[in-house]
Design a protein around this ligand. Structure first.
Ligand code: AMP
Ligand code: GLY
Length: 419
């Protein structure tokens, strides 16, 4: 069958790459894709908020199944739109997408179903938020409600930092943030845990550890993710049982009580404190760069898994994983996550040779007159999957050193806890 993938990041390139290997996939179209997907699929440059245009393109190109990479179209209701058509769509509907789109929705769900998470207060106006800051413990976490591409979170060591954060959010730094969440700071180690669900059955879809801070030793500003490794070093069967019983099952049952069921990837962002899981956030999609890190170690046909989800037949599929250790390092434009130069030339990219256990997924790139240009904050993802994290990391760093691009930077310490 012909498949459409919505999105243009490293996550979407890795989905495209993996679906290319699928026995049920014929041709792939990316809306709009990047310079990497252009090599293996057909990029279609249209506005992804224009669902009608996507639909007419699907009709024209005989696309039978759409996979949604990023959260925004999901939060905006793309799944409801396509449910009215003959085209299958993989991803959660608008109500379920509130798990990512609204931090207050999720916090209320946690409270109702006793899902372990940090204690929190919600404020709709600046004055009461600032007032609360005078009588609370530090460090604490200030968050803008709504989608902020991983950047609407401030870890505040003292009242001064917290005041600045609250003011920035109410001043509209992230657009129309209606309210601010002030949360207890959880002191532990993070783990990204994934499941895939067809609405009736859900299955484990690996773990990873993302490095969200821009600087080495996990310092500096939060980003979308500077690199990751999979599986997470924190994963064990006892913890897995706790995550399922305390977080995933109550959440999916809580969602059912709202009259809907969850279909798609679910990303559970956890803080692990003494082998106990606490929910930090849900995302209603795969992680980026976790997806690029995880998919190369997936053994089962991804096309078959996703089609089974759309047909509510996930129960029939066994998801198998290679016993490999995967490391992904993200190459970014200088200045990211703040301002950066666009349209800088990446030299010699075509000459990079990859072994069969090495992968290069594009993110913010385009091809112009045969040259690769960087057009985003996160630009390339380099992945290696070997029998040890040490070797995988060494391989990624070797490739990165071969890429000739003065305007870029990467963290040399990705996966430092396991290497
Ligand atoms: P979020 O967008 O909610 O996932 O937050 C982004 C990042 O901020 C997380 O991945 C954590 O590194 C950090 N963070 C968020 N909430 C907390 C918390 N309550 N305690 C400690 N760190 C947090
Ligand atoms: N890597 C974090 C995210 O995808 O939200």
């Amino acid at each position: 069958m012909n498949i459409g993938i919505i999105g243009s990041g490293g996550r979407e390139h890795s989905l495209c790459f993996k679906l290319k290997e699928s026995s049920i996939v014929n041709k792939i179209f990316c809306f709009p894709g990047n310079a990497g997907t252009e090599l293996i699929a057909e990029n279609i440059n249209i506005d992804i908020s224009d669902f009608k245009k996507i639909q007419s393109t699907c009709d024209e190109k005989k696309i039978e199944l759409i996979i949604v990479g990023p959260e925004k179209p999901l939060v905006d209701g793309i799944v409801e739109y396509f449910k009215e058509t003959k085209i299958k769509i993989f991803g959660p509907d608008k109500i379920c997408a509130q798990l990512e789109g609204s931090k207050t929705f999720t916090k209320k769900l946690c409270k109702k179903h006793k899902i372990p998470t940090s204690s929190f207060e919600i404020f709709n106006d600046e004055k009461s938020a600032l007032n609360y800051l005078t009588s609370t413990k530090y460090p604490l976490v200030v968050k803008a409600d709504g989608l902020a591409a991983g950047k609407g979170v401030y870890i505040c060591k003292n009242q001064g930092d917290a005041k600045l954060a609250v003011k920035e959010i109410f001043n509209g730094r992230f657009g129309k943030a209606y309210c601010v969440l002030i949360e207890e700071f959880l002191n532990g180690e993070e783990m990204s845990y994934f499941v895939i669900s067809d609405g009736a059955t859900h299955k484990f879809f690996q773990t990873a550890q993302d490095h969200k801070r821009v600087g080495e030793n996990d310092t500096g500003k939060n980003t979308g993710g500077m690199g990751a490794y999979s599986p997470s070093r924190l994963y064990n069967t006892e913890l897995d049982k706790k995550i399922k019983e305390r977080i995933i099952e109550p959440t999916l049952n809580g969602i059912k009580e709202l009259g809907v069921s969850y279909c798609g990837f679910l990303y559970i962002g956890l803080m692990i404190v003494n082998n106990d899981p606490y929910l930090i956030e849900f995302n209603v999609r795969m992680g980026d760069p976790e997806c690029q890190t995880i998919l190369p170690i997936l053994e089962t046909d991804l096309g078959k898994i996703i089609l089974a989800c759309c047909d509510r037949k996930l129960n029939n599929i066994e998801i198998k994983w290679k016993k490999k250790k995967s490391v992904c390092v993200v190459l970014c434009s200088n200045g990211y996550p703040d301002d950066f130069k666009k349209n800088t030339k990446i030299n010699q990219l075509k000459n990079i040779k990859l072994d069969s256990d090495e992968y290069l997924f594009h993110a913010g790139t385009k091809i112009e007159n045969g040259e690769y240009l960087a057009i985003g904050g996160r630009v390339l993802n380099i992945i290696a999957t070997t029998e040890s994290f040490k070797i995988s990391k060494k391989k990624t760093l070797k490739i990165l050193n071969d890429i000739d691009w003065q305007e870029g930077f990467f963290r040399k310490d990705i996966a430092y806890k396991v290497t």
